[in-house]
Design a protein around this ligand. Sequence first.
Ligand SMILES: [Mg+2]
Length: 133
Amino acid sequence: MNIYLDIDGVILTKQGDQMPYLQEFLSTIFDLFPTKVYWLTTHCKDGTTNWLFKHIDGKLDPINEKFIMRVKPTKWDTLKTEAIDFTKDFLWFDDNVLMVEQKILQYYKKFDSWVKVEDNLEEITGKLKNTYR
Ligand SMILES: [Mg+2]
């Protein structure tokens, strides 16, 4: 199972603070899928994480920063779906998926792989534990 993570609205709140229950969420996904966690964010679309680290600098607890260092960069141009490997099962954690990206998910019959994050990481983490552990 590949994991794709957005930043704004998932790792950070819309106000730019650390999302509540982030530590539980990150420790659960790295426990379940240790080598398969990827970025899917406008702050990392060129295959490097330089700009991303500037964006989150000082906003996260040290333990969460350690988890964040393990997330792998992706490369895409216009749509986040370009970076998704549709040959594999995946979960995509994002607060806001564009309509055109939703249509691409539907085309691949993967719409349910999008996990909509809206200040509900506690609930999402509970579901992950129940489903995959
Ligand atoms: Mg977002």
